[in-house]
Ligand binder design. Structure first.
Ligand code: UTP
Length: 294
């Protein structure tokens, strides 16, 4: 049987971003920059590099800036052209999504991640699709979603990205249940949202990258609120596993930063800047004395 790769990706970006107030009072948290690129652009580029052609943003009111970022700014383009600033034009061109390939729909109330994904049901139709949570920014040689696409090409079904965490932190994540942990591609037996360390079935947490079958929409349609009073994606996935749908967890190569959290966001800025030939040396020079002072 030929397994067709997903071509559509959902980006749930309708959250409130309260952990970054007051910065996010007016500006969406997905526009906060890692070095000089908005958090959301990292996820869009990762998806594009993995073969995604259709980008579905689940937004909320006052988040129009996120659509504008991937549009053409004719005025700026014309000024840069006149001034022969070709390097800057190239930087801008990397932000364009082709006409007709950015689809935006709204989640009217922040009812949870599961509900945000459900808002894409009519756009996805009856195809497998990817979900990327832009808060999770991943520094890797090969994009994380591309690594997952390879697992999908081999096994089909549903694929989740996973990483080991200290068990004491399990109540911050979805935690997977696996029969054994002796490979990087793990058939899953279950998944639990934010369990206490005593109840966590493993130390493997779900990271915000998913390849899913459209069957998940039927479950999300009927689902009641779970942990935190929100409609949880994890609960729908747990039910699908129970119904016998194949799920594999992919232990990916790379370092994940939780950019929805201040320490994760600041660490990502430092890690990505240290990768840049133009910034690495001057940044080291600037931060080493600061660290010594503490
Ligand atoms: P978070 O749990 O980080 O919530 O959402 P948040 O509202 O964005 O941020 P804080 O906690 O108030 O600071 C995880 C991801 O799910 C999306 C968010 O935009 C983020 O990408 N999300 C969450 C939605 O799209 N809708 C929701 O109802 C909830």
């Amino acid at each position: 049987m030929k397994i067709c790769p997903p071509r559509k990706a959902v980006f749930p970006i309708a959250g409130l971003g309260t952990r970054f107030l007051p910065a996010t009072k007016v500006m969406p948290k997905e526009m906060l920059p890692i070095v000089d690129k908005p958090v959301l652009q990292y996820a869009v580029e990762e998806a594009r590099d993995a073969g995604i052609t259709d980008f579905i943003f689940i937004t909320s009111h006052d988040k129009g800036m996120l659509e504008d970022h991937f549009d053409v700014n004719h005025e700026l383009h014309a000024i840069l052209e006149k001034r022969k600033r070709f390097a800057d034009i190239k930087v801008l061109e990397a932000t364009f999504l082709p006409a007709g390939h950015l689809i935006v729909t709204r989640q009217y109330e922040p009812l949870g991640l599961g509900h945000a994904v459900w808002c894409a049901r009519r756009i996805i139709g009856d195809e497998p699709f990817a979900v990327l949570l832009p808060d999770d920014v991943i520094l890797s040689k090969k994009p994380c979603l591309a690594q997952m696409m390879e697992v999908y090409a081999k096994h089909g079904g549903n694929v989740l990205a996973t990483m080991p965490i200290p068990k004491s932190q399990s109540s911050r994540y979805g935690i997977i249940d696996v029969a054994s942990e002796d490979s990087d591609i793990l058939p899953m037996r279950g998944i639990v949202e934010k369990p206490t360390p005593e109840k966590a079935p493993s130390n493997l947490a779900v990271v915000g990258r998913y390849i899913l079958q459209p069957d998940v929409f039927d479950l999300l349609e009927k689902q009641k609120c779970g942990a935190g009073g929100e409609i949880q994606l994890t609960d729908a996935l747990a039910t699908l596993i129970g119904m016998g749908q194949p799920f594999h967890a992919c232990r990916f190569e790379g370092q994940r930063f939780d950019c929805g959290d201040k320490v994760g966001f600041l660490s990502a800025n430092i890690a990505f800047a240290l990768q840049r030939p133009d910034l690495s040396a001057p940044l080291r020079e600037a931060i080493l004395p600061l660290l010594k002072e503490i």
